[in-house]
Design a protein around this ligand. Structure first.
Ligand code: BDR
Ligand code: CA
Length: 306
Protein backbone atom coordinates (compact mmCIF):
# COMPACT_ATOMS: atom_id res chain seq x y z
CA UNK A 1 0.00 0.00 0.00
CA UNK A 2 0.82 3.68 -0.27
CA UNK A 3 -0.02 5.82 2.74
CA UNK A 4 -0.69 9.55 2.51
CA UNK A 5 -0.41 10.87 6.03
CA UNK A 6 0.08 13.81 8.43
CA UNK A 7 1.43 12.14 11.60
CA UNK A 8 -0.30 12.71 14.00
CA UNK A 9 -0.97 10.27 16.80
CA UNK A 10 -3.65 8.16 15.10
CA UNK A 11 -1.63 8.22 11.87
CA UNK A 12 1.18 6.65 13.91
CA UNK A 13 -1.05 3.82 15.07
CA UNK A 14 -2.29 3.30 11.52
CA UNK A 15 1.25 3.15 10.13
CA UNK A 16 2.28 0.63 12.80
CA UNK A 17 -0.72 -1.47 11.74
CA UNK A 18 0.24 -1.19 8.08
CA UNK A 19 3.75 -2.44 8.75
CA UNK A 20 2.45 -5.35 10.83
CA UNK A 21 -0.12 -6.49 8.27
CA UNK A 22 0.88 -5.31 4.79
CA UNK A 23 3.66 -4.25 2.46
CA UNK A 24 4.17 -0.46 2.58
CA UNK A 25 5.63 1.05 -0.59
CA UNK A 26 5.93 4.59 0.75
CA UNK A 27 4.70 7.31 3.06
CA UNK A 28 3.69 10.52 1.31
CA UNK A 29 3.36 13.31 3.83
CA UNK A 30 1.21 16.43 3.94
CA UNK A 31 0.62 19.27 6.35
CA UNK A 32 -2.49 18.85 8.47
CA UNK A 33 -2.50 17.99 12.15
CA UNK A 34 0.62 20.19 12.39
CA UNK A 35 2.99 21.80 9.88
CA UNK A 36 4.87 19.84 7.23
CA UNK A 37 8.23 20.08 8.99
CA UNK A 38 6.80 18.21 11.96
CA UNK A 39 4.73 15.70 9.97
CA UNK A 40 7.72 14.71 7.82
CA UNK A 41 9.96 14.38 10.85
CA UNK A 42 7.32 12.25 12.60
CA UNK A 43 7.05 9.96 9.57
CA UNK A 44 10.83 9.49 9.75
CA UNK A 45 10.62 8.76 13.49
CA UNK A 46 8.11 6.02 12.72
CA UNK A 47 10.34 4.51 10.04
CA UNK A 48 13.15 4.39 12.61
CA UNK A 49 10.87 2.71 15.16
CA UNK A 50 9.80 -0.10 12.88
CA UNK A 51 13.27 -0.43 11.41
CA UNK A 52 11.82 -0.35 7.93
CA UNK A 53 13.27 0.98 4.68
CA UNK A 54 10.00 2.66 3.81
CA UNK A 55 10.69 5.82 1.78
CA UNK A 56 9.25 9.10 3.08
CA UNK A 57 8.17 11.72 0.53
CA UNK A 58 7.49 15.29 1.65
CA UNK A 59 4.47 16.86 0.01
CA UNK A 60 2.29 19.93 0.27
CA UNK A 61 2.86 22.37 3.11
CA UNK A 62 -0.50 24.09 2.74
CA UNK A 63 -3.94 23.46 1.22
CA UNK A 64 -4.53 23.94 -2.52
CA UNK A 65 -6.44 27.23 -2.28
CA UNK A 66 -7.14 28.80 1.09
CA UNK A 67 -5.23 29.05 4.32
CA UNK A 68 -6.42 26.47 6.84
CA UNK A 69 -8.58 27.86 9.62
CA UNK A 70 -7.18 25.49 12.24
CA UNK A 71 -4.71 22.71 12.84
CA UNK A 72 -4.98 19.90 15.37
CA UNK A 73 -1.97 20.64 17.58
CA UNK A 74 -4.32 20.97 20.55
CA UNK A 75 -4.96 17.22 20.28
CA UNK A 76 -1.71 15.84 18.84
CA UNK A 77 0.74 18.19 20.57
CA UNK A 78 2.56 21.15 19.02
CA UNK A 79 4.96 18.75 17.24
CA UNK A 80 2.19 16.29 16.32
CA UNK A 81 3.74 13.56 18.48
CA UNK A 82 2.71 14.57 21.99
CA UNK A 83 5.68 16.94 22.53
CA UNK A 84 7.71 13.99 23.77
CA UNK A 85 10.93 15.40 22.32
CA UNK A 86 12.17 12.44 20.28
CA UNK A 87 15.76 12.69 18.96
CA UNK A 88 16.49 13.62 15.35
CA UNK A 89 15.45 10.56 13.29
CA UNK A 90 17.99 8.55 11.30
CA UNK A 91 15.64 7.80 8.41
CA UNK A 92 15.95 10.27 5.59
CA UNK A 93 13.51 11.97 3.28
CA UNK A 94 13.49 11.41 -0.48
CA UNK A 95 14.17 14.22 -2.95
CA UNK A 96 11.05 13.40 -4.96
CA UNK A 97 7.94 15.27 -3.87
CA UNK A 98 4.92 13.34 -2.64
CA UNK A 99 2.55 13.91 -5.56
CA UNK A 100 5.22 12.84 -8.07
CA UNK A 101 6.03 9.78 -5.97
CA UNK A 102 2.35 8.75 -5.93
CA UNK A 103 2.31 8.97 -9.72
CA UNK A 104 5.60 7.12 -10.22
CA UNK A 105 4.93 4.30 -7.76
CA UNK A 106 1.49 3.61 -9.23
CA UNK A 107 3.02 3.59 -12.73
CA UNK A 108 5.60 1.06 -11.61
CA UNK A 109 2.95 -1.21 -10.06
CA UNK A 110 -0.30 -0.48 -11.92
CA UNK A 111 -3.38 -1.96 -10.28
CA UNK A 112 -1.40 -3.31 -7.31
CA UNK A 113 -1.32 -0.56 -4.72
CA UNK A 114 -4.03 0.46 -2.27
CA UNK A 115 -3.82 4.18 -1.54
CA UNK A 116 -4.71 4.92 2.07
CA UNK A 117 -5.42 8.62 2.62
CA UNK A 118 -5.12 9.58 6.28
CA UNK A 119 -4.49 13.32 5.86
CA UNK A 120 -5.99 16.34 4.14
CA UNK A 121 -6.16 15.27 0.50
CA UNK A 122 -3.80 17.93 -0.86
CA UNK A 123 -1.08 15.58 -2.16
CA UNK A 124 -3.58 13.25 -3.81
CA UNK A 125 -5.44 16.15 -5.45
CA UNK A 126 -2.20 17.63 -6.76
CA UNK A 127 -1.22 14.24 -8.19
CA UNK A 128 -4.63 14.06 -9.91
CA UNK A 129 -4.18 17.51 -11.43
CA UNK A 130 -0.79 16.41 -12.79
CA UNK A 131 -2.15 13.11 -14.08
CA UNK A 132 -5.92 12.49 -14.14
CA UNK A 133 -5.35 8.81 -15.01
CA UNK A 134 -4.13 8.08 -11.47
CA UNK A 135 -7.40 6.33 -10.46
CA UNK A 136 -6.94 3.81 -13.28
CA UNK A 137 -3.72 2.59 -11.67
CA UNK A 138 -4.80 2.48 -8.01
CA UNK A 139 -6.18 -0.83 -6.78
CA UNK A 140 -8.32 0.82 -4.07
CA UNK A 141 -8.56 4.22 -2.45
CA UNK A 142 -9.46 4.28 1.25
CA UNK A 143 -10.11 7.72 2.71
CA UNK A 144 -10.32 8.68 6.37
CA UNK A 145 -12.48 11.76 6.15
CA UNK A 146 -15.86 13.38 6.41
CA UNK A 147 -18.76 13.21 8.80
CA UNK A 148 -21.61 11.53 6.99
CA UNK A 149 -24.49 12.88 9.06
CA UNK A 150 -22.94 16.23 9.89
CA UNK A 151 -21.37 15.49 13.28
CA UNK A 152 -17.93 16.85 12.52
CA UNK A 153 -14.93 17.65 14.68
CA UNK A 154 -13.95 21.19 13.63
CA UNK A 155 -15.03 24.79 14.14
CA UNK A 156 -17.12 24.45 10.99
CA UNK A 157 -19.48 22.18 12.86
CA UNK A 158 -20.40 19.58 10.20
CA UNK A 159 -16.86 19.37 8.80
CA UNK A 160 -14.38 16.68 9.73
CA UNK A 161 -10.73 17.75 10.04
CA UNK A 162 -9.13 16.15 6.95
CA UNK A 163 -11.82 17.41 4.59
CA UNK A 164 -12.22 20.72 6.41
CA UNK A 165 -8.49 21.50 6.25
CA UNK A 166 -8.47 21.36 2.45
CA UNK A 167 -12.02 21.15 1.07
CA UNK A 168 -10.94 21.87 -2.52
CA UNK A 169 -8.53 18.93 -2.44
CA UNK A 170 -11.23 16.61 -1.11
CA UNK A 171 -13.57 17.87 -3.84
CA UNK A 172 -10.99 17.10 -6.54
CA UNK A 173 -10.41 13.59 -5.19
CA UNK A 174 -14.08 12.74 -4.62
CA UNK A 175 -14.92 13.86 -8.17
CA UNK A 176 -12.02 12.01 -9.78
CA UNK A 177 -12.21 8.58 -8.21
CA UNK A 178 -15.21 6.62 -9.47
CA UNK A 179 -15.18 4.59 -6.27
CA UNK A 180 -13.50 4.82 -2.88
CA UNK A 181 -14.00 3.50 0.63
CA UNK A 182 -14.90 6.22 3.12
CA UNK A 183 -14.25 5.83 6.84
CA UNK A 184 -15.74 8.91 8.48
CA UNK A 185 -15.34 10.59 11.85
CA UNK A 186 -18.68 9.33 13.11
CA UNK A 187 -17.65 5.70 12.50
CA UNK A 188 -14.46 6.48 14.38
CA UNK A 189 -16.42 7.52 17.45
CA UNK A 190 -18.45 4.30 17.33
CA UNK A 191 -15.28 2.19 17.30
CA UNK A 192 -13.12 3.97 19.87
CA UNK A 193 -11.14 1.90 22.37
CA UNK A 194 -11.79 2.21 26.11
CA UNK A 195 -9.21 2.97 28.80
CA UNK A 196 -8.96 -0.71 29.80
CA UNK A 197 -7.90 -1.63 26.26
CA UNK A 198 -5.38 1.20 26.15
CA UNK A 199 -3.91 0.09 29.50
CA UNK A 200 -3.67 -3.47 28.16
CA UNK A 201 -1.65 -2.22 25.19
CA UNK A 202 0.79 -0.51 27.55
CA UNK A 203 1.30 -3.51 29.79
CA UNK A 204 1.24 -6.33 27.20
CA UNK A 205 2.74 -4.65 24.14
CA UNK A 206 6.33 -4.15 23.02
CA UNK A 207 8.29 -0.97 22.23
CA UNK A 208 5.68 0.03 19.66
CA UNK A 209 3.02 0.10 22.39
CA UNK A 210 5.30 2.12 24.64
CA UNK A 211 5.90 4.54 21.80
CA UNK A 212 2.18 4.91 21.21
CA UNK A 213 1.64 5.45 24.94
CA UNK A 214 4.17 8.30 24.84
CA UNK A 215 2.81 10.11 21.78
CA UNK A 216 -0.78 9.69 22.96
CA UNK A 217 -0.17 11.72 26.14
CA UNK A 218 -1.41 15.07 24.83
CA UNK A 219 -4.46 13.51 23.19
CA UNK A 220 -5.31 11.68 26.40
CA UNK A 221 -5.15 14.90 28.41
CA UNK A 222 -7.29 16.68 25.80
CA UNK A 223 -9.86 13.88 25.89
CA UNK A 224 -10.03 14.02 29.67
CA UNK A 225 -10.59 17.77 29.62
CA UNK A 226 -13.51 17.10 27.28
CA UNK A 227 -15.01 14.28 29.36
CA UNK A 228 -13.88 11.59 26.97
CA UNK A 229 -11.84 8.53 27.77
CA UNK A 230 -10.01 5.87 25.79
CA UNK A 231 -8.49 6.12 22.34
CA UNK A 232 -10.28 7.62 19.36
CA UNK A 233 -8.22 6.38 16.43
CA UNK A 234 -9.71 7.55 13.14
CA UNK A 235 -6.75 6.66 10.96
CA UNK A 236 -6.35 3.25 12.60
CA UNK A 237 -9.94 2.37 11.70
CA UNK A 238 -9.39 3.45 8.08
CA UNK A 239 -6.21 1.39 8.02
CA UNK A 240 -8.09 -1.68 9.26
CA UNK A 241 -10.51 -1.28 6.33
CA UNK A 242 -7.57 -0.88 3.96
CA UNK A 243 -5.79 -3.98 5.27
CA UNK A 244 -8.87 -6.17 5.16
CA UNK A 245 -12.09 -4.89 3.58
CA UNK A 246 -14.00 -7.87 4.96
CA UNK A 247 -13.82 -6.19 8.38
CA UNK A 248 -16.67 -3.95 7.17
CA UNK A 249 -19.91 -5.60 8.25
CA UNK A 250 -22.25 -3.02 6.69
CA UNK A 251 -21.64 -0.25 4.21
CA UNK A 252 -23.69 1.90 1.84
CA UNK A 253 -22.77 3.26 -1.55
CA UNK A 254 -23.74 6.90 -1.94
CA UNK A 255 -22.70 10.00 -3.81
CA UNK A 256 -20.60 12.22 -1.51
CA UNK A 257 -19.77 15.84 -2.36
CA UNK A 258 -17.85 18.51 -0.46
CA UNK A 259 -19.30 21.90 0.50
CA UNK A 260 -16.79 24.53 -0.63
CA UNK A 261 -18.58 27.77 0.26
CA UNK A 262 -20.83 27.63 3.30
CA UNK A 263 -20.21 30.27 5.97
CA UNK A 264 -20.95 27.70 8.66
CA UNK A 265 -20.48 24.55 6.63
CA UNK A 266 -17.38 24.85 4.41
CA UNK A 267 -15.67 21.46 4.38
CA UNK A 268 -18.80 19.48 5.18
CA UNK A 269 -19.30 16.19 3.35
CA UNK A 270 -22.77 16.18 1.79
CA UNK A 271 -24.04 12.63 1.40
CA UNK A 272 -26.90 12.15 -1.02
CA UNK A 273 -28.63 9.53 1.14
CA UNK A 274 -31.90 9.69 -0.81
CA UNK A 275 -30.36 9.73 -4.31
CA UNK A 276 -31.86 13.13 -5.21
CA UNK A 277 -28.90 14.30 -7.28
CA UNK A 278 -29.12 11.32 -9.64
CA UNK A 279 -25.37 11.08 -9.63
CA UNK A 280 -23.54 7.75 -9.44
CA UNK A 281 -22.34 6.70 -6.00
CA UNK A 282 -18.65 7.41 -5.55
CA UNK A 283 -18.21 6.46 -1.90
CA UNK A 284 -18.63 3.14 -0.17
CA UNK A 285 -19.35 4.41 3.36
CA UNK A 286 -18.31 2.05 6.17
CA UNK A 287 -21.13 1.99 8.71
CA UNK A 288 -20.50 -1.14 10.78
CA UNK A 289 -17.13 -2.71 11.50
CA UNK A 290 -16.19 -5.97 13.21
CA UNK A 291 -14.87 -4.37 16.41
CA UNK A 292 -13.19 -7.56 17.63
CA UNK A 293 -11.14 -7.97 14.48
CA UNK A 294 -10.23 -4.28 14.53
CA UNK A 295 -8.94 -4.63 18.09
CA UNK A 296 -6.99 -7.76 17.15
CA UNK A 297 -5.27 -5.93 14.28
CA UNK A 298 -4.22 -3.10 16.58
CA UNK A 299 -2.98 -5.49 19.27
CA UNK A 300 -0.82 -7.37 16.79
CA UNK A 301 0.65 -4.09 15.53
CA UNK A 302 1.66 -3.27 19.11
CA UNK A 303 3.33 -6.61 19.69
CA UNK A 304 0.54 -8.37 21.58
CA UNK A 305 0.06 -12.01 20.61
CA UNK A 306 -3.24 -13.88 20.69
C1 BDR B 1 -8.49 13.03 11.18
O1 BDR B 1 -7.92 14.30 11.44
C2 BDR B 1 -6.66 14.16 12.06
O2 BDR B 1 -6.61 14.95 13.21
C3 BDR B 1 -6.48 12.72 12.38
O3 BDR B 1 -5.12 12.35 12.22
C4 BDR B 1 -7.38 12.02 11.40
O4 BDR B 1 -6.71 11.79 10.18
C5 BDR B 1 -9.70 12.85 12.07
O5 BDR B 1 -10.66 13.83 11.80
CA1 CA C 1 -4.28 11.90 9.97
Amino acid sequence: MLIDTDPGVDDALAILMAHAHADVAGLSVAAGNVGLGHTVRNARTLVDLIDARTPVFAGCSSPLVRRPEEDAAFVHGSDGFGDVGFPEPQAGVEDESAALALLRLTRERPGELTLVALAPLTNVALALRLDPTLPDRVKRLVVMGGAVTGHGNTGKVPAEFNVGFDPEAAHVVFEAFPEFDLVDWEATLRYAFDDAEFDHWLTAGDERARFFGQVFGTARAYNRQNDRSGVIAADALAMAVAIDPSIVVRSERRHVAVELDGRLTRGATVVDWAGRLKRPANANIALEIDAGRFAAMVRRALGIQG
